[in-house]
Design a protein around this ligand. Structure first.
Ligand code: SAH
Length: 463
């Protein structure tokens, strides 16, 4: 097979990024936007010895799993990867991916997985679920201001103010901002030159309260014609907070290190169950509130609390899971690396009148081992209390030092919440070699239409 060859193939599998996989005479083709079951005509774009990347030219016979996408930009836009796959098939694909990683990387057997894998929790309505979006602002080739999403591999902006995963108010906010920029000749930031002012518009929406937050990320300190902007945005239903965050660095990191309130307050309020959260522009907060309830509900169930337990919530963010746990535990300790998130966590505990949660700033892999070592020194012969440890690390998973300390502390149960099943599988293997048994695994679809999947697991101590 050579570059630019055009061939016909049937898609037999789904790759890790949601792409279709087809074969021609033993040669493997990876084809973006092709759905499993499709018969397609493709053109080879990049040829390696045994495999290549091909472009979908024509769907000759559509797969029974192919659906009309909700959004007309689904293919070009980097936000969604599998919108043209039926939702049922998406769920099967994600559950299969988690299972496959546990099998190959985790070293669990088919029989073990048969016993522990629970059905994936999907959404009833898998669109318009996101409570947060960050839209880049730029200028198109005709010099017109545009906003939308990046096109996957590049930073070309696919102009679209009405993302099908986002809330309807996004469109009103984005059109208001663009209109204000045009009328006041405010330039968009240009990544190439580092010039221009407005980089991104961050929008957050509280599903339970209807409160709206807008934060403009700017390549400067101040906004010109700021009253005109705040007056127009302030008229939008539910608007509570308008801020700016300065980011003058040439980087892919979106937000600056701090923010300034230019209208209203610096946060919005939202509820998960009975717990109230104050969310500021910089804090991490789960983006899918409907599925977050399921995820935390399952995590809480797995924690099996009776009211007597001491629980550690590592990688706690603004203490979202900690507050849930605190309602059912004796004492909760949260650990998180971002100081501002810990401030929010303490404030959230205060407004919910939770007095049995304490928060520490630092790396989980440093705070827990230090606590453990100090406890051993001060209470010789006594066990440092941890009945349950909950971890919810970023994609890279847990540090090995942390896993070691966790097993030394001998909690009865470990609840592992993960956004990357490959690192999850790697870590579970270590925990299971050191006195723990995997009891149940539930994938939760927090991000329909994308290839990402959240997983929550319970491990118990082998006596
Ligand atoms: N459990 C929270 C947040 C999970 S996201 C929730 O559900 O809302 C992961 C969090 O881990 C982020 O807040 C990130 O800032 C934090 N983090 C990243 N590396 C860390 C480390 N080494 N130690 C502690 N926290 C860390």
């Amino acid at each position: 097979m050579n570059k630019n060859d055009t061939v016909i193939t049937t898609i037999e599998d789904i790759g890790v990024s949601g792409e279709g996989i087809g074969r021609v005479d033993g040669y493997t083709l990876f084809i973006k936007d092709a759905v499993i079951g499709d018969k397609v005509e493709v053109k080879l774009m990049k040829a390696k010895k045994n495999y290549g990347y091909a472009r979908l030219m024509k769907v000759i016979e559509p797969s029974p799993f192919r659906v009309e996408p909700e959004c007309r930009y689904a293919r070009a836009c980097g936000g969604c990867q599998i919108q043209e796959m039926s939702y049922q098939k998406q769920l099967e694909f994600k559950a299969g991916k988690v299972r496959g990683n546990l099998l190959r990387i985790g070293g669990f057997s088919e029989e073990e997985l048969q016993e522990v894998m629970c059905p994936i929790i999907g959404m009833e309505n898998p669109f318009r679920y996101r409570n947060k979006a960050q839209f880049p602002v730029g200028t198109d080739k005709d010099g017109k201001l545009v906003t939308g999403f990046y096109a996957g591999r590049t930073h070309d902006i696919i102009a679209n103010t009405d993302c099908a995963l986002g809330v309807p108010v996004n469109k009103t906010v984005l059109c208001t901002v663009l209109d204000w920029m045009e009328k006041n000749r405010i330039p968009a930031y240009d990544e190439q030159t580092g010039k221009g002012l407005v980089r991104h518009v961050l929008i957050r929406y509280g599903f339970t309260t209807g409160e709206v937050m807008v934060c403009l990320i700017i390549n400067g300190e101040k906004l010109p014609a700021v009253e005109k902007l705040t007056e127009a945005l302030g008229r939008i239903d539910g608007m509570k907070s308008i801020t700016t965050s300065t980011n003058k660095k040439k980087t892919n990191v979106i937000l600056g290190d701090s923010y300034e309130v230019i209208w209203g307050q610096g946060y919005i309020t939202d509820y998960i169950g009975d717990i109230q959260y104050r969310i500021s522009p910089l804090s991490f907060y789960q983006v899918n509130p409907v599925q977050t309830r399921h995820l935390y509900g399952r995590a809480l169930e797995y924690a099996g609390l009776t009211g007597q337990e001491t629980v550690w919530d590592l990688y706690c963010g603004i203490g979202t899971i900690s507050q849930f746990l605190a309602q059912k535990a004796k004492q909760v300790y949260g650990v998180e690396i971002v100081p501002q998130a810990i401030e929010d966590a303490r404030e959230n505990a205060r407004i919910n009148a939770i007095d049995n949660a304490e928060f520490f700033v630092g790396k989980a892999e440093e705070v827990l081992p230090e606590y453990y070592a100090e406890y051993e020194r001060e209470h010789p012969g006594e066990k440092a209390r941890a009945d349950v440890i909950v971890v919810d690390p970023p994609r890279k998973g847990c540090d090995e030092t942390l896993l070691k300390t966790m097993t030394q502390m001998k909690p009865e149960r470990i609840v592992y919440v993960s956004c990357d099943s490959a690192t999850l599988a790697r870590d579970l293997k270590i925990l299971c070699k050191n006195g723990y048994r995997l009891q149940a695994v539930t994938p939760v679809d927090m991000f329909p239409m994308t290839v990402h999947c959240e997983t929550v697991c319970i491990l118990s101590r082998v006596k």
